[in-house]
Design a protein around this ligand. Sequence first.
Ligand SMILES: [Zn+2]
Length: 459
Amino acid sequence: MGMAVQAFTSSRVVLPGEIGAFAIIVEEERIVGTVPRSEVPHSVQVTDFGDLAILPGLVDSHIHINEPGRTEWEGFRTATRAAAAGGYTMLVDMPLNCVPATTSPEALESKRKAAQGQCQVDWAAWGGLVADNHEQIAPLAAAGVCGFKCFLIHPGIEEFKMVNEEHLRAALPYFKKTELPLLVHAELPGPIDSETEQLTHADWRVYQTYLKSRPDEAELSAIAMVIRLCEESGCQIHIVHLSTSKALARLRDAKRRGLPITVETCPHYLHLCSEEISNGATLNKCAPPIRDRANREALWQGLREAVIDLVVTDHSPCTPAMKQLERGDFRSAWGGIPSVSLALSLMWTEASRRNFSLIDIARWMAEGPARLAGIEERKGRLAVGLDADMVVFDPEAEWAVTPNELHYRHAISPYMGERLRGKVLTTFLRGECVYKEASFPGELRGRECTRKTFATHHN
Ligand SMILES: [Zn+2]
């Protein structure tokens, strides 16, 4: 194409570990230089964003795109459009709730077909580890998945089979050969089943009923088991969407002992709290559940101490009907919170009032997730050699959420009407603008961006 060399500058460019007046020099699709703003060569075409912040394009390693098979919930077109509006340039799709679930190379192939020509930003896939697909682990790794996800509890849909400790022990030797991370939904059914039994006659429109039905103990016992398996096998294990802060001590200890364990949490656990969820407000239902205010503060402390490594959306949309907004029944409503278009503003609203900086945001929401997915040489930082993925963000802007800002398939959100701090203005994917002030210029250029595959790595 012979694109000219360009420079993108501002007084607040967020490089790894520092923020200041820099220029990002871009040639074709890659970053070829990061220099002080005053040192941009004269021949280079400069786009100056003044005092706005320029962050690396965000990476969401936990999103449910649901296509093929449940495109009426979400899909590549709408999810990647919402992502671009939220400052994300790279999504790693969870192996469920699409149909087929991504538990075989054939299923991965059907996902690739579905994504073709539909994507505003880049993407990759996680594979599924289920009770009966051990022999698919190596082929899926060779086919280019970034790692595997499993559930220790029923995931709410039938086609993705949960695993127990015995299944995991049997799968780990297959899995270890791939050198990929295993992502674990860490809740065990025992504590949830016994609590739920006590609540048969409770009022399920009340949020506290739902919260009681998913006690901290479900996460604590699962995490204890995961740490045990991590220690025995040496496999790299990642805890998805940590909700209970009570697990932080145990996780801190495991990390201090050098176990290859990493942890994520999500904006909804860091922004919402159970005290403020009204009865019947099922838009706030997710699993594990949003817990109390003190728990939320302890999660922020977990981020401060780097016991929690990264922040991802767990963007998990469904149709409005499935949220049963009129009945407001927390037992039967679908659990999942869509947020990919709002996550950066939600995080900055909370982080800035706790004295975190945009450097922390970039580490949690871009570099950390890229590293987990094994694509840190391509995505997640403003650094030479990486894709020129950038988001221009106004950290001071204050605005109220309306359906117009959501951009995913169904404009429902627990955050509707909330005033947030910080707004995404423009998003660049590999050097070209894919989002600018509520519009999506240019063609759909998003493509699959796989890690260095298992096959090339080992042959
Ligand atoms: Zn999820």
